[in-house]
Design a protein around this ligand. Structure first.
Ligand code: ADP
Ligand code: MG
Ligand code: MG
Length: 250
C-alpha cells in the first residue's frame, strides 16, 4: 500500500532522511521505533506533504501512485491521515464545524455528495461518545484550551470519521495519561482491518502494548536499520537504543 524507496530529505540545509526504505502492506499495523532525533517526525511530515522539506531523492507511492507530486489536500483525498504529535489549535472555529468541513472536503474530492447535517451529527455523536468526548467539547474552538489527552482524542475522532486508507500516528502517547491512552488506543484499534494500514511511530514500547503491531521497524539516523516482529519492540525495551545511536559500532 505504502512504498518508500531510497528517500533522502533535507530540512533547513541539514540532511535528516538518508536513504530510507519502508513498505507497509495493506491491512498492516507497522510500528517505527527509534531514538529522539532519528527523523521519525520528519518522515511523517514528508509523507503528509508539509512544506519546507526538500526531497533530494527517492519516491513515496500510495497504492502505486507517486504522492510526492501531490498537494497535501490531494494526498488526504487519497486517504492519507496524520495524527500530529502536537495538534494545532484553531481559535474561532468550532470543533463540530471543523469536523464537518473536513469530512465534506474529503467527500467532495472523492466526487461524493455532502453528508446531510442530521446524518453527520449522528455519526459524530456516536464516534465522540466512544472516545469520551462531550457535546460541550465539540462546540468549543478546535483544540483551544484542550488538555493533551483531549487533543489526542479529538485527533482520533477525526480519524474515525474520515476512515483513512493510511494513517500515521506520530508519538500518540506523548502527554497522555494511561486512561486517555487506553481510550485513544481503543479508537485506533477499532479502525484496524483490511483496506487500511497504520504506521505507529513511538519512542517507547508502552504504546505498542495497547496497539499491538504486526511488524516493527527501527529507525536510526534517517533510515530503517532493522525490521522484525513484535518481539523486536520488547528486545528494544530491554536494551534501549544504545546499539542504534551515534557512536555505536555499525
Ligand atoms: P524524531 O521525531 O525522530 O525525534 P525529528 O524528525 O523530529 O526526529 O528530527 C530529526 C532531526 O531533524 C533532529 O536533529 C532535528 O533537530 C532536525 N530537524 C527537524 N526539523 C527541523 C527544522 N525545521 N530545522 C532544522 N532542523 C530540524
Ligand atoms: Mg522527537
Ligand atoms: Mg518526533
Amino acid at each position: 500500500m505504502l512504498e518508500i524507496e531510497n528517500l533522502h530529505v533535507r530540512v533547513a540545509g541539514k540532511k535528516i532522511l538518508d536513504g530510507l526504505n519502508l513498505t507497509v502492506e495493506d491491512g498492516q499495523v507497522a510500528a517505527i521505533m527509534g531514538p529522539n532525533g532519528s527523523g521519525k517526525s520528519t518522515l511523517s511530515y514528508v509523507v503528509a506533504g508539509r512544506a519546507d522539506y526538500e526531497v533530494e531523492q527517492g519516491s513515496i507511492k500510495l497504492d502505486g501512485a507517486d504522492i510526492l507530486e501531490m498537494s497535501p489536500a490531494e494526498r488526504a483525498a487519497r486517504g492519507l491521515f496524520l495524527v500530529f504529535q502536537y495538534p494545532l489549535e484553531i481559535p474561532g472555529v468550532a470543533t463540530m464545524t471543523f469536523l464537518k468541513a473536513a469530512l465534506n472536503a474529503q467527500r467532495k474530492a472523492r466526487g461524493e455528495a455532502e453528508l446531510p447535517t442530521l446524518e453527520f451529527m449522528k455519526q459524530v455523536r456516536a464516534a465522540a461518545a466512544k472516545l469520551n468526548i462531550s457535546q460541550d467539547m465539540l462546540k468549543r474552538p478546535v483544540n483551544v484550551g484542550f488538555s493533551g489527552g483531549e487533543k489526542k482524542r479529538m485527533e482520533v475522532l477525526q480519524m474515525a470519521l474520515l476512515e483513512p486508507r493510511f494513517a500515521i500516528l506520530d508519538e500518540m502517547d506523548s502527554g497522555l495519561d494511561i486512561d486517555a491512552l487506553k481510550t485513544c488506543a481503543e479508537g485506533v484499534n477499532a479502525l484496524r482491518g483490511e483496506g487500511r494500514s497504520l504506521l505507529v511511530i513511538t519512542h517507547y514500547q508502552r504504546l505498542l502494548n495497547f496497539i499491538p503491531p504486526d511488524v516493527v521497524h527501527v529507525m536510526s539516523r534517517g533510515k530503517i536499520v532493522r525490521s522484525g516482529g513484535p518481539d523486536l519492540a520488547l528486545a528494544l525495551e530491554a536494551t534501549g537504543y544504545a546499539d542504534y545511536t551515534e557512536g555505536a559500532a555499525a
